[in-house]
Write a protein that binds this ligand. Structure first.
Ligand code: PEP
Length: 259
């Protein structure tokens, strides 16, 4: 299976989100094997987008969640509120939130716990900055992010957690790491996951790649067995690009099916 997460960020309003959701459904129509697709619109569009995808295989995710379930937390949204809207997934620890809103690994940890307690599927983003890569500390950074965010997690099913390896320097820049570098980092991430979640078989946990994926470069990542899917930002709000990514995913899945 391959999982494609579409992070629409703050790029589309309600009307555009509904149109994009309809277009995404059309892009999936008539395929032999359908990838798992999770679309993550802005909060304000969750309800309307859920109506569009309600009777399809497409799932809906939120771009953030708060770590308490109710109370005096102006402007925040709880996991319980999200599940009420039919939201099944949530992105936690995205680098744009770490950078712009000073989100820490401790906050990510509390959000992961809250999302899992509400039966949501967590998409935990990890990745190093350009400076960390230059300094050769990328593995240290990713280990710290994983170990902290998952330190109290007791997973019952490997389906509930997806890790998105997203080098910060690759997000929205048009730059991507070489595939062997992604594969090496994915292997490292699985080794950290075996330490942090000893009751889980780390080979069964999904590890995705994210950062400047588009229609032309998606296949090189998707064809790799240990890359379980993609987290797509900018290209996910351009239907022609997103369709090319879905085409590449279908090609890989069809090939796997006929082996
Ligand atoms: C992202 O938002 O996580 C992302 C990977 O963005 P982009 O595809 O635009 O680099």
């Amino acid at each position: 299976m391959k999982t494609i997460i579409a992070n629409w960020k703050m790029n589309v309003g309600v009307r555009e989100s509904v149109a994009l959701a309809r277009g995404t459904l059309l892009a999936l129509r008539g395929r032999r094997v359908i990838p798992e697709v999770v679309i993550c619109p802005p909060f304000v569009a969750l309800s309307e987008v859920h109506k569009v995808i309600a009777h399809s295989a497409v799932q809906i995710g939120a771009q953030n969640v708060f770590w308490e379930d109710h109370g005096a937390f102006t402007g925040e949204i709880s996991a319980r509120m999200l599940t009420e809207l039919g939201v099944s997934h949530v992105i936690i620890g995205h680098s744009e939130r770490r950078e712009n809103l000073c989100e820490t690994d401790e906050m990510a940890k509390k959000k992961v716990a809250q999302a899992l307690a509400n039966q949501m599927n967590v998409i935990l983003c990890v990745g190093e900055t350009a400076q960390e890569r230059t300094a050769g500390t990328e593995r240290e950074r990713v280990r710290t992010q994983l170990a902290h965010a998952l330190s109290d997690v007791r997973l019952k099913s490997h389906d509930r957690l997806l890790i998105a390896y997203e080098p910060v320097w690759a997000i929205g820049t048009g730059q991507t790491p070489d595939v062997p570098d992604v594969l090496a980092m994915h292997e490292f991430i699985r080794s950290v996951l075996s330490d942090v979640l000893p009751n889980m078989d780390a080979s069964q946990l999904r590890v995705l790649y994210g950062g400047s994926v588009d229609g032309t470069n998606s296949y090189q990542f998707l064809r790799e067995k240990t890359i379980d899917g993609l987290l797509v930002g900018a290209a996910s709000v351009k239907l022609n690009q997103f369709k090319e990514i879905i085409d590449a995913t279908s090609e890989v899945l069809d090939a796997q099916k006929s082996v």
